[in-house]
Design a protein around this ligand. Structure first.
Ligand code: HEM
Length: 406
């Protein structure tokens, strides 16, 4: 089997991973990268693994590490430095921490934010209407989710540019292909972000409100529910999770619609799609392309010929969400954007199982409001240039998308 089946450094793969996923799924759906993870590309394997209780999300504690790989060693040291977040924890810690904020993110709690999200979007669209153009990422896709999460946590927004740089450096540090320099940059970013947040938290202790951050501070002060380090890590996670993901749902989603004008027109004129069409955009080109789990017990999968492939405890599996979402065994004609797809909601763009994205309802609300108001506000929306996907593996999105509107 050729190693080229999975070469994360290939620029063609990064530009458009879907044909590569198809090849993997057909030829080697359970692909053990030499010295690395076993890559899973079938919907059934990805979904079952994410929901399995034979796996851990705590890679640092449970995965076997290559002590000769300086990047792996450095990453491990770095992760040991701070408290883990719910994203990296297993039960019972995961359950304890997730419960602390889950109420603020339920669909009904999020629905109450709708008028505010609409107002934020409209302000941005007014500016686009005046100018006749908009750079979608800077002009709408980034600022709206950033302002919303800042308001939920009651954080100031005056240092948005710095925060965006920090969060990009942080998430770059999580990419599987990270370099030493990028790890340095991620560390510098965290050294700036943490004091910034500590100052806000200390200030909030004296002025508690009804925001999500105040709720976490109360839980911390009550003692055994949340430690001081966990509080900081949690705030970083909530804050950064919203910076690098929803922006790409709005970006990738608008791009998919512009490249499929019949679907764009359909959604523009049919408000009955507002509750569901976003699921098809998440399935079609989701912002998070894969995630990872560690086998805690021997796990068996089937290769293309139906032969068993064993994954031993301590080995990691890469669950490729983007590949699962284009598996023809689950989604008919998977490379077609079809907003009325009856089972689009079964996508794995938000993962599955206990780590299912906490912010899913929020992200869907923000992106749906942004996209529908955009489509209905302007009769003509055109790409001014061909956007290029950022050179990343885990997070998929474009940096710039200039549009003309009228
Ligand atoms: C379109 C936008 C988003 C996408 C595609 C996305 C995707 C994901 C995925 C795939 C995971 C699980 C990773 C795994 O299983 O290992 C996750 C977890 C998480 N997401 Fe999101 N996310 C988005 C937006 C948000 C937003 C807006 C927030 C909050 C403000 C958020 C907060 C979280 C948190 C806290 C977790 C950890 C949940 C847990 O481990 O229990 N996400 N997200």
């Amino acid at each position: 089997m050729s190693e080229l089946l999975w070469n994360p450094f290939d620029p063609a793969f990064r530009a458009d991973p879907y044909p590569f996923y198809d090849r993997l799924r057909t030829e080697a759906p359970v692909y053990p990268v030499p010295g690395g993870s076993t890559v899973l590309t079938r919907y059934s394997d990805v979904f079952a693994t994410l929901r399995s209780n034979q796996v851990s999300r705590d890679v640092e504690a449970n995965a076997l590490w290559d002590e000769n790989n300086p990047i792996a060693v450095r990453r491990r040291e770095r992760r040991r430095g701070g408290a883990k977040t719910i994203l990296n924890l297993d039960p019972p810690d995961h359950t304890r921490l997730r419960r602390l904020v889950s109420k603020a993110f339920t669909p009904s709690a999020i629905e109450r934010l709708r008028p505010r999200v609409e107002a934020l979007v409209d302000t941005r669209l007014d500016a686009a209407a005046d100018a006749g153009e908009i750079e979608l990422i800077d002009g709408l896709a980034f600022p709206v989710p950033f302002e919303v999460i800042s308001e939920m946590l009651d954080m100031p927004t005056d240092r948005a540019d710095e925060l965006r740089d920090w969060s990009q450096a942080l998430t770059q540090g999580l990419e599987p292909t990270v370099t030493m320099e990028e790890l340095d940059e991620a560390e510098t970013a965290i050294m700036q972000l943490i004091p910034y947040l500590i100052e806000i938290i200390e200030d909030r202790r004296r002025n508690l409100g009804d925001d999500v951050l105040s709720g976490l501070i109360v839980a911390e002060e009550e003692g055994d529910r949340l430690s001081a380090e966990e509080l900081i890590s949690f705030v970083v996670l909530l804050y950064v999770a919203g910076h690098e993901t929803t922006v790409n749902l709005i970006g990738n989603g608008m791009l998919a619609l512009l490249r499929n004008p019949d679907q764009l027109d359909l959604w523009r004129h049919d408000a009955s799609l507002d509750a569901t069409a976003i699921d098809e955009l998440l399935r079609f080109d989701g912002p998070v392309q894969h995630t990872v789990r560690v086998a805690m017990e021997p796990m068996t999968f089937e290769d293309a010929a139906g032969e068993p492939v064993l994954v031993q405890p301590g080995h990691t599996v890469l669950t490729v969400l983007g590949a699962a979402n284009h598996d023809p065994a689950m989604f008919e004609d998977p490379h077609r954007l079809w907003l009325q797809r009856p089972n689009a909601g079964r996508h794995t763009a938000f993962s599955a199982g206990i780590h299912y994205c906490l912010g899913a309802s929020l992200a869907k609300l923000e992106a749906t409001v942004a996209i529908t108001r955009f489509l209905r506000r302007f009769e003509s929306i055109e790409l001014a240039g061909d956007p290029e996907f950022r050179d990343r593996l885990t997070i998929r999105g474009v940096d710039r998308m200039p549009l003309t509107v009228s």
